[in-house]
Ligand binder design. Structure first.
Ligand SMILES: [Zn+2]
Length: 456
């Protein structure tokens, strides 16, 4: 079944074919880690998680990179405010981001490059841009000369002449064109910085993604994804940098952009007081209902977020899990779960998750009516491709709303880790039972032990 994807670059839905079918490459712009992320920031990672699941079904080897921006003026400001080094901030919030995404059922990327560990590649790329006449050093800064790239503005559909001339705002005196953007900027002694041919400084944001993408995925990649708010200037600038640094080679063959979230019909903003953090929502609602809501609209459209919408997603999942609970005693056929063709077809059609969810409802009805092992397997198989319906029905229904003493749980988990490390398995099992009595299920994996609430 061929995959078709809308390409922001050509403004058309096109049959997807990777440059190398043995190695499909995809890059998603990740977070700048100085705070918890809000639910709007989770839409891209969740919808593109479904795309990666689909691609992995079609191609033997998909390399998916999602970066961490761990040097940025907002991080510097937070570090100065709290009187700590930037890595105290970035390590904490990079981990919070991973935890939030795991909570939403997002599989970790294959590669998670950090900007601060790619300074050498960034400097090399800037040098190539200067050598090629696409960038210039001025007053400790290095700027990209947008006048040197005739295709500037093509991705975002903007008039290059206007971009070069810029808006009527005050322009730094060292810029050749108002639209020139920073590749490197000088750091004062109290700011983080690295030695470079242009003095001690730090990279601009845009160049990080160009350098990290090339370092891990190659000079031309298949898919570059992100929120539509990044289309300009971030992605436009990535195209300019990468194309010019690589002798005119195409940077990303497909550009995919997810729409923004609104909240009860309004834009989310701090001043409206409607900024909803994933970290907080995960404490208030079943994680799977949050994921279902994020997938319930087409990824290119705006999606409205409201309390009522989360309740609706929760009751939809109640219905599906009720079917699965009623079929608890029906043994699944041997082998891998099948992927129902209609669900796959919906996702192959530019990731039409609302259609896929409608098909999942049809499968749930069919499973309820027939009670057959095949129908149950189809429902679970369809859910798997969407990252839904993968927990035991009892776990879904016994989700707790009572206050959980997280510190106590972490303390017991630490004791269990110590017991296992000293091969005291009887003690480790006793702690597992103690946790179970508290309504906490634990699961050991490569990333450590995760816990979840199973009892109200
Ligand atoms: Zn980026």
């Amino acid at each position: 079944m061929p995959i078709s994807l809308y390409n922001s670059l050509t403004r058309r839905t096109e049959p997807f074919a990777p440059l190398d079918p043995e190695r499909v490459t995809m890059y998603l712009c990740g977070p700048t880690v100085y705070n918890y992320v809000h639910i709007g920031n989770a839409r891209g990672p969740v919808v593109f998680d479904v795309l990666v699941r689909l691609l992995r079904r079609h191609y033997p080897h998909v390399v998916y990179a999602r970066n961490i921006t761990d040097v940025d003026d907002k991080i510097n400001a937070a570090a100065q405010q709290q009187g700590v080094q930037i890595d105290a901030i970035t390590n904490r919030f990079a981990q919070a981001y991973r935890d939030d995404m795991a909570g939403l059922g997002v599989a970790p990327p294959d590669i998670e490059p950090h900007a601060t560990t790619h300074i050498a590649q960034i400097v090399t790329m800037i040098e190539a841009l200067i050598d090629g006449g696409h960038a210039y050093a001025a007053e400790g800064h290095v700027l990209f000369d947008v006048g040197s790239f005739p295709a500037y503005g093509k991705l975002s559909g903007r008039d290059p002449d206007e971009l070069i001339a810029g808006a009527r705002v005050e322009v730094a005196p060292y810029k050749r064109n108002a639209g020139d953007f920073v590749l490197w900027k000088p750091s004062t002694p109290e700011l983080p910085g690295w030695d470079s041919p242009w003095g001690r400084g730090r990279p601009g944001w845009h160049i990080e993604c160009s350098a990290m993408s090339a370092a891990h995925l190659g000079e031309t990649i298949d898919i570059h994804a992100g929120g539509v708010d990044l289309l300009f200037p971030h992605h436009e600038n990535e195209v300019a940098q990468s194309t010019c640094a690589h002798g005119g080679k195409v940077f990303a063959r497909w550009w995919m952009h997810n729409g923004m979230l609104t909240f009860d019909g309004r834009k989310m903003s701090k001043s409206l007081g409607n900024v909803l953090l994933v970290h907080e929502l995960l404490k208030l609602h079943p994680a799977e209902a949050l994921r279902l809501r994020l997938l319930s609209g087409h990824y290119r459209q705006p999606l409205d977020w409201s309390e009522a919408a989360i309740q609706q997603a929760t009751s939809t999942l109640d219905g599906w899990y009720r079917v699965l609970r009623d079929l608890t005693d029906v043994a699944l056929p041997a082998g891998e779960l099948p992927v129902p063709p209609r669900i796959e077809a919906a996702l192959c059609d530019d990731l039409n998750t609302p259609q896929a969810l409608a098909e999942l409802s049809v499968l749930a009805d069919a499973a309820r009516q027939s009670g057959s092992a095949e129908a149950k397997a189809a429902l679970l198989g369809g859910g798997q491709l969407l990252g839904l319906l993968q927990q035991a029905p009892e776990a879904w229904f016994r989700r707790g709303d009572e206050a959980i003493d997280e510190a106590r749980i972490e303390d017991l988990l630490e004791q269990r880790r110590a017991a296992r490390a000293s091969r005291d398995f009887a003690r480790a099992d006793a702690i597992r039972e103690e946790l179970a009595a508290l309504g906490i299920a634990i699961e050991d994996g490569a990333q450590g032990t995760r816990w979840s609430i199973v009892k109200a």
